[in-house]
Design a protein around this ligand. Structure first.
Ligand SMILES: [Mn+2]
Length: 402
């Protein structure tokens, strides 16, 4: 049960070239070379966060159709519901699209499924409940596989625009527009945007440029991108470097209150230096905890708060929920370790118990995998039915059947 480090290969000549041309330390140059930045030019581009990554949003398949349909909704003040997801990517996506459309005068609502009661993705019951009050549903960070649900929405007179970044199946939903860089027929040059990254492109298209959108929402878009563990390269690097710079002086009351709650401001009232680790390990878990343990609505409400007192109340609530999440997680982790003590190492750990909290078993699985360098699956049982979460190891997931 050991971790073996495999150092990526690099060419020593490339390293020398980079060190001579840029003055970087040899170790830094080796790491960069190992990741494919093997010329001084590539290294300079990577380190300078160059702005050439701001691609035309209309390169994304169906962006024109999405913009056309949403512009019609703005013009006619149609009732729009944003259908999101309960994780940080979904919460941030919902927040920025909701804020933007509301400011453009659209009567807007949002819906985030409950992790335990609804599960992931679109469901007919939720769509049915919107029948009398909604003309158009726009999905964010979800919906790419919702073929039946889209047909159902259409059958009760609701139009759909899908925006997502999850892998596509062969059949796409028959929506007014399906915007997803992973579509096979989508030629957008950068595929690894988060759900909130796709929303950022949509807003840039609606707004006639990215600049205003990044200025207004860059901090929130960066948080969603980092929390969804997207690779911070190319356009994601452009988005997050801009966004983190915004975060230091954020105008979002909810974010400001949350950062204060986490001690991210110094005594002088200025934000301490924030980097992607601060976002990923401090802010994101607190925004995420709501959807794991209770309801993601309080996280969206935090980011939408209009007065400081409400923001502080919600920020404190999220910090409390996060403490509860940590305690639950630790408790399950300790039980899991005890179970492992009793079984022999056979390449993968399959563990389970009655009543393990479904919202945290995935996180515990990743801790088990990290500790033992083995893939793991954790099941939460309710009577005879168990729901499981798995964690791959080194990109591999394998289960041996008995
Ligand atoms: Mn996502």
């Amino acid at each position: 049960m050991e971790n073996n480090w495999t150092v990526r290969e690099y060419n020593e000549c490339d390293v020398t070239n980079i060190v001579e041309a840029t003055g970087l330390l040899p170790l830094t140059a080796r790491v960069l070379c190992g990741r494919g930045y093997n010329t001084p030019e590539k290294v300079r581009n990577f380190l300078s966060f160059n702005a050439s990554c701001d691609y035309d949003p209309f390169l994304m398949k169906d962006m024109d159709k999405a913009v056309e349909r949403i512009n019609k909704a703005i013009e006619n003040k149609e009732r729009v519901c944003i259908y999101g997801d309960y994780d940080v990517d979904g919460v941030t996506s919902t927040t920025v699209l909701y804020t933007y459309l509301s400011e453009r005068g659209v009567p807007c609502t949002y819906f985030i499924p409950g992790r335990l009661e609804d599960g992931y993705g679109l469901n007919k019951r939720a769509i049915e409940s919107l029948k009398e009050t909604v003309d158009l549903i726009i999905t964010v960070d979800t919906g790419i596989t919702a073929v039946e649900e889209t047909d159902f929405a259409n059958s009760i007179g609701i139009d759909m625009v899908i925006t997502d970044h999850h892998s596509c199946r062969e059949i796409l939903p028959s929506a007014c527009a399906v915007v997803n860089p992973h579509r096979e027929d989508c030629t957008y040059p950068f595929k690894q945007l988060a759900g909130v990254g796709v929303v950022y492109k949509l807003l840039s298209a609606l707004d006639g440029g990215a600049e205003g959108i990044l200025k207004r929402f860059g901090d929130i878009i960066a948080i969603g991108t980092i929390a969804d563990v997207m690779p911070i390269i190319d356009e994601n690097r452009y988005i997050t470097s801009n966004g983190i710079a915004n975060l230091q002086k954020t105008s979002n009351l909810g974010l400001r209150a949350l950062m204060e709650c986490c001690g991210m401001f110094g005594k002088d009232g200025d934000a301490k230096k924030i980097n992607s680790a601060g976002v990923g390990f401090v802010l994101a878990p607190r925004i995420n905890a709501a959807g794991r343990i209770r309801n993601a609505k309080s996280a969206v409400e935090l980011l939408l708060s209009k007065d400081y007192a409400t923001a502080v109340r919600l920020a404190e609530e999220l910090c409390d929920i996060n403490k509860e999440r940590q305690a639950t997680e630790l408790d399950i982790y300790e039980q899991a370790i005890k179970q492992i003590d009793g079984i022999k190492d056979n390449g993968v750990y399959v563990l389970g118990s009655d009543g393990w909290h479904q919202g945290v078993i995935g996180v515990v699985a990743s801790r088990v995998t990290e500790r033992y360098s083995r893939p793991s699956i954790l099941f939460s049982f309710d009577g005879d039915v168990g729901k499981g979460k798995r964690q791959k190891h080194k990109g591999l997931f394998y289960v041996r059947c008995p």
